[in-house]
Design a protein around this ligand. Structure first.
Ligand SMILES: Cc1ncc(C[n+]2csc(CCOP(=O)(O)OP(=O)(O)O)c2C)c(N)n1
Ligand SMILES: [Mg+2]
Length: 542
């Protein structure tokens, strides 16, 4: 059989059943081999969109995402999305066609391994026809086992060669790493002494809600998450929501009041800890992570526990006596009344043809069904949907900000939607990011996704306006004339509505009540006299 067929069959055998990509001659046969072995292929209109959709799909399913690209420009087009995935430790396998080793003068020649390494991905290769199936299996397992983004170079001459039908031996499942008993005991002692413990759960805790809640109940901890794990403790009376720049005033007050902060699968980076400002004087910090290199990387820690989050939580629980810790009836009531951003009063800045982004988002939070999956692009606007839209659980939120690129949000929403087909997908974008990634609107329409695409339209690269405006710099390079994005959406086959005030939301209600047979683009002309408060803080913090 052909190597391309053997690679497709091998990957399908390992579980690759959904493949995102743009097909050219170099990845045509491998992609078709995957389809022939039962996989579904999702064609996007730009390789970066395919990478982002595969990344979001992997985040939403917990499985290895597969991206298939043509040699040369197919791979370089995908690079920003691949970088986001690599920096987020998304298990993603990139099937990257490559020129033959001997084709030294090929115009498609790029150094695929160097390119992968430079963005933090793992480089691997189909080395020969005889090893190709084993090479592909190794790449898949690196992605899966090490949570890495792997770029598998597939030279055209190797792909086109004959090989024996592949025999890839099965691999037994690996147990996650248990914590060292001394480290778990140290954490248990700290929790037994803590009067006001707070848990901050990150990406690495997304599958460990039950174990963490049980432990938190025993030691009286309050619960918070990093932005990427938003929704993890949804419904708990002790859930403070997101820690960091997006923390509500009450959440920030209670986190700062902690005498012990335990990061669970969270890097405790400058965003999550507000440059350390959320750690109160005298508070101790513990960090649990199955990747020991993550411990202490961003934040000085007093107690380091290398180990799997759920296993560590269970091990600590076993030696802990129940105590009230931070919890009281009064605090529970206060959290119920005040912890959500939408419970915080504000002065509406809408009027004169623009809507306050908070008013818009609160209205959408009320209108949209609770079973939703929200994907967010980058920009000044991004805190509004992150803070004012609730999500049913950690799978309801897709936050691709590891590389802080704009223009990824719409494609991420596609992958998130396919991972959670029973939920209403919501893409929250700025006008800049929306127009940068607009080609994937055709993909949303073609796939028939019932997506709501909300565009916070300030007719500018608002983040830059608010970054440089206060110092009096010229802003012509970051401001744009009005664009009728609702009409652009209609041109792609979406329903489109322009929102300039709360009374313009009727068509959103109608769309939700209707068959939802095409996506809805909401072009919200938002008030933008001042920048968002979390962005101001981020600029000050640098
Ligand atoms: C690919 C990329 N190019 C440029 C930037 C720098 N940048 C950060 S935010 C931003 C503006 C985004 O504009 P928009 O999507 O309209 O959101 P807004 O800030 O206006 O809310 C830009 C250009 C970036 N982060 N990523
Ligand atoms: Mg904008």
């Amino acid at each position: 059989m052909l190597v391309s067929e053997a690679v497709g069959a091998t990957l399908a055998g390992l579980g690759a059943d959904t493949v995102f990509g743009v097909v050219g001659s170099g990845n045509f046969h491998v992609t078709n081999a995957l389809i022939a072995n039962g996989a579904t292929f999702v064609a996007t209109r730009h390789e970066c969109g395919a990478a982002c959709a595969a990344d979001a799909w992997a985040r939403g399913t917990g499985r290895v995402g597969i991206l298939s690209v043509h040699q040369g420009p197919g791979l370089t087009n995908a690079l920003t999305g691949i970088t986001e995935a690599a920096k987020s430790r998304t298990p993603l396998l990139v099937l990257a066609a490559d020129v033959a080793g001997a084709a030294v003068r090929s115009n498609f020649r790029i150094d695929v391994a160097a390119l992968a390494a430079s963005v933090g991905a793992v480089a691997d290769r189909l080395y020969s026809p005889a090893t190709a199936a084993a090479d592909a299996a190794r790449a898949y397992r690196t992605a899966q086992r090490q949570r890495r983004t792997v770029v598998l170079a597939m030279p055209l001459d190797v792909q086109a060669a004959q090989c024996e039908p592949p025999k890839v031996p099965p691999m037994p499942p690996l147990a996650p790493p248990a914590p060292a008993p001394e480290a778990a005991a140290q954490l248990a002692r700290a929790l037994a002494e803590a009067e006001r413990p707070v848990f901050v759960a990150g990406r690495g805790a997304r599958a460990a809600r039950a174990a963490l809640e049980e432990l938190a109940d025993a030691c009286g901890a309050l619960l918070a998450t990093s932005a990427v794990a938003k929704g993890l403790f949804h419904g708990s009376p002790w859930d403070l929501g997101v820690s960091g720049g997006f923390a509500s005033p009450l959440a920030a007050e209670l986190i700062t009041g902690a005498d012990l902060i335990v990061g669970w699968g969270s890097s405790l980076n400058m965003w999550t800890m507000r440059h350390g400002k959320l750690i109160g004087p005298g508070a101790r910090v513990a960090q649990v992570d199955d990747d020991s290199s993550a411990i202490g990387a961003h934040q000085q820690v007093d107690i380091a526990v290398p180990g799997d989050v759920a296993q560590t939580a269970r091990a600590v629980l076993a030696s802990l006596h129940t105590r009230p810790g931070y919890r009281s009836r009064e605090l529970r009531n206060r959290i119920a009344r005040e912890v959500r951003w939408r419970d915080v009063s504000y002065e509406d800045q809408g009027g004169d043809g623009v809507i306050d982004p908070r008013t818009l988002t609160i209205a959408l939070d009320d209108l949209l069904p609770a079973e939703r999956v929200v994907a967010i692009d980058s920009g000044n606007f991004m805190g509004y949907p992150s803070m004012f839209l609730s999500v049913p659980d950690e799978l309801g939120f897709c936050f691709t900000q590891a590389y802080q690129s704009i223009g990824l949000g719409l494609a991420s929403a596609i992958g998130a939607a396919l991972a959670q087909p029973d939920r209403l997908p919501v893409a929250a974008l700025g006008d800049g990011g929306a127009l940068m990634g607009v080609s994937e609107l055709e993909t949303v329409v073609r796939l028939g996704l019932p997506m709501v695409i909300v565009i916070y339209d300030d007719e500018a690269y608002g983040a830059e306006v608010h970054h440089f405006g206060p110092d009096g710099f010229p802003l012509d390079t970051v401001r744009f004339p009005p664009a009728d994005i609702a009409e652009i959406g209609r041109g792609f086959g979406c329903a489109g509505v322009t929102v300039r005030g709360p009374t313009d939301l009727g068509p959103v209600r109608d769309w939700l009540a209707g068959p939802r047979d095409r996506p809805l683009v909401i072009d919200a002309k938002v008030a933008s006299a001042s920048g968002s408060w979390w962005l101001e803080e981020a600029f000050r913090g640098h």
